[in-house]
Design a protein around this ligand. Sequence first.
Ligand SMILES: C[S@@+](CC[C@H](N)C(=O)[O-])C[C@H]1O[C@@H](n2cnc3c(N)ncnc32)[C@H](O)[C@@H]1O
Length: 207
Amino acid sequence: MKIESALRDQYRKLAKDQGYRSRSSYKLLELVKKYNVVKINDSILDIGCAPGGWLQVSKKYCGLNGKVVGIDKSPVRPIAGISVIQVDIEDPNVLQIIKQRFPISYDVVLSDLSPNVSGIWHYDHERQISLTLLALDISTKVLKVGGNAIFKIFEGEFSGNVKQEACRIFKKVTTNKPKASRQKSSEFYLVCSSFCGTDNSPRYCKN
Ligand SMILES: C[S@@+](CC[C@H](N)C(=O)[O-])C[C@H]1O[C@@H](n2cnc3c(N)ncnc32)[C@H](O)[C@@H]1O
């Protein structure tokens, strides 16, 4: 068996044994342990949350008094203590829908968004970047100043656009590819710390 598929099976088995809904859970676990972006009592918005692995990891880290809200266009089987809004983030009323359901600001925004992959690389890359830019825009409207975020990106021609925009609004932006992410896959994560707010003054963080 090739090393890559052995690793995939290992994370799949681990997820099953430990009760996580996705292998992706281990990507978030790695990032949270390394960068300390989620803390006890935090409020967390997870965009593109189905089937719910990241929701489970978020709840583990923010604890009983933390709040976890997930968004996805697909349904998510209920998880105790976690709220989910089923909405397409391309719906022009998405922000209104989120704020109406939960009129709060968040300490952390997470985005693991992936389009339905067609296999046509340029198209999938552009779709994923377009979704991630929407998630970034939502973040600017729901995050507390000083808040943190993680965004998945499919590496390619337009990935710099997301990084550039993130650098404009967060004090620190780091890129990471967790061990749980398949080496062959083009995905990586932007780990963004300390949201600066949107007072329109252009600023660029050091990386
Ligand atoms: C890789 S999965 C997320 C896995 C999740 N982090 C977990 O650990 O269970 C990506 C998700 O993005 C969602 N998604 C893609 N496009 C979307 C859109 N326009 N609006 C809302 N969710 C979307 C998909 O439905 C899918 O559930």
